[in-house]
Design a protein around this ligand. Structure first.
Ligand SMILES: Cc1cc2nc3c(=O)[nH]c(=O)nc-3n(C[C@H](O)[C@H](O)[C@H](O)COP(=O)(O)OP(=O)(O)OC[C@H]3O[C@@H](n4cnc5c(N)ncnc54)[C@H](O)[C@@H]3O)c2cc1C
Length: 275
């Protein structure tokens, strides 16, 4: 994960052990997103918390399995995981709970993957995006819950939410979880106007969709829109995406007088950097 101040204020999960899940189905929800729906008995132990709840995702690649995935992600097991041969360990990435359903036939968890790159992210190494693109029912994955990054102490404040497409599932989760009395704005950047989707947000939160022009830097359109909106010192800010976006939105917010402790910024990914 690129730079963030989330750890200090995050809501930790109720349990954080490896849950083994299976792909139930996949769906191309819009030009830039593939949804993978997970199921499996282990999801009975998952507690959905709403907001931007995220998890560590372990993907067996090249015919591998989850034998080398850690049971928990404490420092010791993480170091052990990283020292396991790359050829045998699953790839580890961070993803968001887009939706969770308790159903009589079995629980379901949705993940919305951004379809970046050419199938392999421009690299020889497999990526989560390429895995999602070719996932099949029955494929096994592991998840370890990480809880909520959104600072729930900010719920009494007017709110600004800013996201690129990688953080759209998280922004949608936050907007859908907010008390209906919250006021504010959301700036959501997408690569394609067909990526606009229905968003459940309080009536007092204005949702601005901005389509990034082809070839422009990720986050640039959201930054331009977000920094043009009126700013108030009592405002709380949640911003996530390619690391330049949270860095620059935070800088602007601080310059306009918003106290740093009212700003949660999370670098979700970094141009040219894997993992
Ligand atoms: C808390 C958290 C929650 C997240 N939730 C989601 C989520 O729900 N959905 C989601 O799609 N992403 C999400 N992300 C971002 C995701 O973890 C990264 O984009 C990750 O790098 C994707 O892994 P990969 O294996 O596909 O590509 P990598 O192997 O990590 O990267 C390969 C190449 O692709 C580039 N790249 C990586 N991500 C993107 C992107 N989104 N757009 C364009 N180029 C990219 C890299 O810069 C690199 O050059 C989240 C990140 C965090 C920290």
């Amino acid at each position: 994960m690129a730079r963030t101040n989330m750890r200090a204020t995050r809501t930790k999960p109720t349990q954080a052990e490896l849950l083994v899940c299976r792909v139930l189905r996949t769906e191309r929800v819009s030009p830039s997103f593939t949804r993978v729906v997970l199921g499996g008995d282990d999801l009975a132990r998952f507690t959905p918390l709403g907001f931007d709840q995220w998890f560590r995702l372990f993907l067996p690649v090249d015919g591998g399995d989850l034998a080398h995935a850690p049971h928990k992600l404490d420092t010791v097991s993480y170091v052990k995981f990283l020292t396991t041969s790359k050829a045998t360990r699953p790839i580890l990435r961070n993803y968001t709970v887009r939706a969770f359903r308790r159903l009589p036939g079995g629980d379901e968890l949705d993940i919305d993957f951004v379809m970046h790159g050419d199938g392999h992210g421009g690299h020889d190494a497999p990526t989560a995006a390429s895995w999602a693109r070719s996932a099949n029912p029955g494929d096994v994955v592991g998840i370890i819950d990480e809880g909520i990054g959104f600072d729930t102490r900010m719920l009494g404040h007017p709110l600004l939410v800013v996201a690129d497409e990688s953080a759209l599932p998280a922004a949608a989760g936050i907007l859908g979880s907010l008390p209906r009395t919250v006021e504010g704005a959301a700036v959501l950047e997408i690569p394609d106007d067909a990526d606009v989707r229905a968003i459940d947000a309080p009536a007092g939160v204005t949702v601005h969709w901005v389509v990034r022009e082809h070839g422009h830097a990720p986050g640039s359109a959201a930054l331009s829109m977000a920094t043009g909106l009126p700013s108030r010192p009592e405002q709380a800010v949640w911003v996530a995406g390619e690391q330049s976006l949270p860095r620059d939105v935070r800088r602007h917010a601080v310059q306009t007088g918003i106290p740093k402790e009212q700003i949660t910024f999370i670098g979700y990914w970094r141009v040219g950097r894997s993992g």
